[in-house]
Design a binder for this molecule. Structure first.
Ligand SMILES: [Fe+2]
Length: 252
């Protein structure tokens, strides 16, 4: 059952129709299939930017079936991205940390312990990529979601409109040279859009991530080949989980 929406001109509530009208120019399109999540979007962040609950070094299940994000992301794309790439980061971590002082640490602890540490760069890269991907899957939703009132107010204050936010997120992610990530983050309550390179993560920057989009080629190449902007337009226009972002924002 589709969530109801109200026109933003009369209520201030974000209007998907209005966003899509302008987002279409940036490559976004109409909403995809709807699917009710089995559980609400759990917040991740604390005021420190680290996860409230430690993330074990184990691949978590996808929060939806692998074909639930079609047609934007095909089951084949998810199969390779989640089943091969994401899984490999965990497999690598277990091998790298077995029998060392890093064994049995959470992803967050590994990231903090190895950041800016050239000796343990490989552990950092795999831990950060594992964490970033955990966050990425939860940043997407097959069902239509909307930001709550506090997040909408913050978006209005810091970006003007939801359209403005989405356009800046798409632009920042599209402009990332090589591989990396686009993020909506909060810094002491103020929202901003950043991008990070390769495995880098906002967790090491003292800001709180609210949403992310993956712009490693493995995230989109099977379907979109070199058309990163098209992938971003589809992803941002149809799949971003604003309830997850709002839940993270509420923890600030
Ligand atoms: Fe990825």
């Amino acid at each position: 059952m589709q969530h109801s929406r109200t026109d933003s001109k009369s209520t201030g509530i974000y209007s998907r129709r209005r966003f899509l009208a302008s987002a279409a120019a940036a490559g976004c399109a109409a909403p995809a299939l709807l699917w009710q999540q089995s559980s609400p979007a759990d917040p991740v962040s604390t005021s420190t930017g680290l996860a409230a609950d430690a993330s074990p070094v184990a691949l978590p299940p996808l929060p939806y079936p692998p074909d639930a994000l079609e047609p934007v992301l095909s089951a084949e794309t998810i199969g390779f991205h989640y089943g091969k790439h994401h899984r490999a980061y965990f497999d690598n971590l277990l091998k790298l940390t077995a029998g060392t002082s890093f064994a049995d640490k959470s992803l967050e602890q590994l990231i903090v312990a190895t950041q800016a540490d050239a000796v343990h760069e490989t552990i950092f890269n795999n831990a950060a990529q594992a964490w970033n991907h955990n966050f990425y899957w939860r940043s997407l939703s097959p069902s239509t979601t909307t930001p709550n009132a506090p997040l909408r107010a913050a978006v209005a204050r810091d970006f003007g409109t939801m359209d403005g936010l989405c356009e800046k997120l798409a632009a920042a992610a599209a402009a990332r040279f090589g591989s990396g990530w686009g993020w909506l983050v909060a810094d002491r309550g103020k929202l901003s859009v950043i991008s990070t390179s390769n495995a880098d993560t906002p967790l090491t920057r003292g800001v709180t991530p609210l949403l992310t989009v993956d712009v490693w080629e493995h995230a989109y190449y099977l379907q979109y080949q070199n058309r990163r902007a098209e992938y971003l337009g589809q992803l941002i226009g149809k799949l971003l989980n604003w309830e997850f972002a709002a839940a993270n924002f509420s923890r600030l």
